[in-house]
Design a binder for this molecule. Structure first.
Ligand SMILES: C[S@@+](CC[C@H](N)C(=O)[O-])C[C@H]1O[C@@H](n2cnc3c(N)ncnc32)[C@H](O)[C@@H]1O
Length: 299
């Protein structure tokens, strides 16, 4: 038996802990049911036993990131039979800047973690960038109306930072699918990535002002209005585009590089001049090949 106090009790390994696995699994059942064949990132994984449920349900890879070596000692014992599980000991505030272009996972678990870092917004946006499809978010019980405040203030900062989770998630291209009440006043939210189409923004480059635009848009280096296929080919090499759509991953990476940080404005919807460019672009985004491009309806 490992000594000290844990977060989730693991029978036979470390039983002295704050929570039970049963209570921490409340609300996760729909995600576990779709885990087969998926990859999972578990941020602040504690003893790894939540991720283990996803592995047992057929996830092909589960990466848990956790700051406390003691929790990971328990995790490695508890999850020894799940060979598709891997753990990294790191503080998220160190991990995030070290991974500016992070691995993308089908499912991301951001359960009871983002308020643990000084900048919850940075942690949540990192979770979004790492997520291809479904992001599970568990807010602490004291979160209200979607607001989450950091537990601690950064040294020298005037106040603890706080974040409005629905606003960030929507800006990052996710829609709330369901919300399930969990243990001790907490709730689990299911945020599903919209397939590349941002209905929230309808400003054209000429009409937009920096005040009304998303933080992602503000980071962007250029705006491109698409009226004709040739507008798109001015940014992306045609052969790369055709190969990417046909499934060539190297070409898709080159397309992604060409589009990185670009805001694309589709005139009148995702079709251009009869081409299905918007649809195929959305497919690439859905599959995580182009995670950063932002699409706007140019109305
Ligand atoms: C509230 S527990 C939640 C654990 C689990 N995700 C759950 O939902 O039951 C937060 C976990 O994140 C870890 N943690 C706290 N701050 C962290 C940080 N800055 N970076 C990485 N892990 C952190 C803690 O050690 C703890 O295991």
């Amino acid at each position: 038996m490992i000594g000290g106090k844990g977060w989730i009790a693991v029978p036979g390994i470390r039983e002295n802990a704050d929570r039970t696995l049963e209570e921490q699994l409340i609300g996760l059942e729909f995600a576990i049911a779709e885990a087969a064949g998926k990859t999972v990132l578990d941020l602040g994984c504690a003893e790894g036993v939540i991720g283990r449920e996803f592995a047992r349900a057929g996830a092909t890879r589960v990466l848990g990131i956790e700051s406390l070596p003691g929790h990971l000692e328990v995790a490695r014992l508890a999850c020894a039979a799940e060979t598709q599980m891997e753990f990294a000991q790191a503080y998220l505030q160190d991990w995030i800047p070290a991974h500016p272009d992070p691995e993308v996972f089908d499912l991301v678990l951001a359960l009871g973690i983002i308020h643990k870092v000084y900048d919850p917004g940075e942690a949540l946006r990192f979770a979004c960038r790492s997520c291809r499809d479904l992001l599970l978010f568990r807010a602490p019980a004291h979160a209200w109306e979607g607001w989450v405040q950091a537990k601690h203030r950064a040294p020298g900062a005037p106040a603890r930072l706080r974040i409005h989770v629905p606003t960030t998630m929507e800006k990052e291209g996710f829609a709330l699918e369901r919300k399930i009440a969990g243990a001790r006043g907490e709730a689990v939210e299911y945020w599903r990535r919209r397939c590349g189409w941002r209905s929230t923004s309808s400003r054209s480059p000429s009409a937009s002002s920096s005040a009304g635009r998303s933080s992602r848009s503000r980071r962007c280096t250029s705006n491109v209005r698409l009226r004709f296929f040739s507008d798109f080919l001015a940014i992306v090499d045609r052969r790369d585009w055709e190969a990417a759509v046909a499934g060539d991953e190297g070409a898709a990476r080159r397309v992604a590089r060409a589009l990185d940080g670009v805001d694309l404005y589709f005139h009148g919807g995702p079709h251009i001049d009869g081409d299905v460019i918007g649809v195929t672009l959305a497919d690439l985004i859905c599959h995580g090949i182009i995670p950063r491009v932002t699409l706007h309806a140019d109305e």
